[in-house]
Ligand binder design. Sequence first.
Ligand SMILES: Nc1nc2c(ncn2[C@@H]2O[C@H](COP(=O)(O)OP(=O)(O)OP(=O)(O)O)[C@@H](O)[C@H]2O)c(=O)[nH]1
Length: 253
Amino acid sequence: MDLRNTLQLPRQKLLMHIHVTPHTTTIQLLPATGPPAVPAYIHVEEFNALKMDTNILVLGADNVGKTAITVRLLTRRFIGEYGDMESIYCYKVIIDGREIPFNIWDPAYSQESVLCQSSVQEKQILWADGFVLVYSICDRASFNAVARQIHHIRSTKDSLGVEKVPIVIVGNKRDLQHCREVSSEEGRLLGLATDCPFYEVSAAENYQSILTMFHGLINRVKEYKCAVRRPAGIKGIVKSMSAVFTRKQTDSL
Ligand SMILES: Nc1nc2c(ncn2[C@@H]2O[C@H](COP(=O)(O)OP(=O)(O)OP(=O)(O)O)[C@@H](O)[C@H]2O)c(=O)[nH]1
């Protein structure tokens, strides 16, 4: 099944435009090539409402199973082929008997985003409260990209005074043992070295491990949000102020 059929999107690569105002976020998807068309899909959310929810960004190299993991969580199903589609899904999980709303952004892959140079990716990072960094156990290059992405996310968030942003590392395609290029031990060691929880999953075969991974991340985001709501202390205030001033100076160059 191709999700573009369901959402009536064109069968080609899509470009995304994001417009953020104090009250709304508009995400517009347009065909990347060919004649300009009527916007394929416009997603408008109340920005404030979105910020009260938890925002999760799913990142990783091409073909590692980002969409498969997201769709598995949302539908409990593995569909097989997904197409190059950019999507934000709104979803709720029940944790400890409480309903927690959250938004998952599954961006389309671009080489630029893996190299961490895209301004679009910077907007995505600013939007997110928590990150799922996916690699495929059958693709060493996708594993090598994870450490770079963690560094990029942390330095982007740190420049805004946000510390200890919740990130989980996910090795996907665990069912493909015969093609394995990255051992479980390497994934575990990367988790320890970067202080990120590590999971190995198979979007193709298992729903429960993906649910557990998202629950763990959302719990960490909740704890993190509670911790930052406490008074920041003089150190935190000085850090936030310097981040704002440094940014203003850079902007005016
Ligand atoms: N065997 C196996 N195949 C998987 C698994 N997860 C995803 N795939 C397959 O891997 C391919 C890529 O999956 P996607 O979910 O589209 O990967 P993606 O990272 O979203 O891809 P891009 O959006 O192109 O970056 C598809 O053919 C999926 O069927 C898995 O756990 N096991």
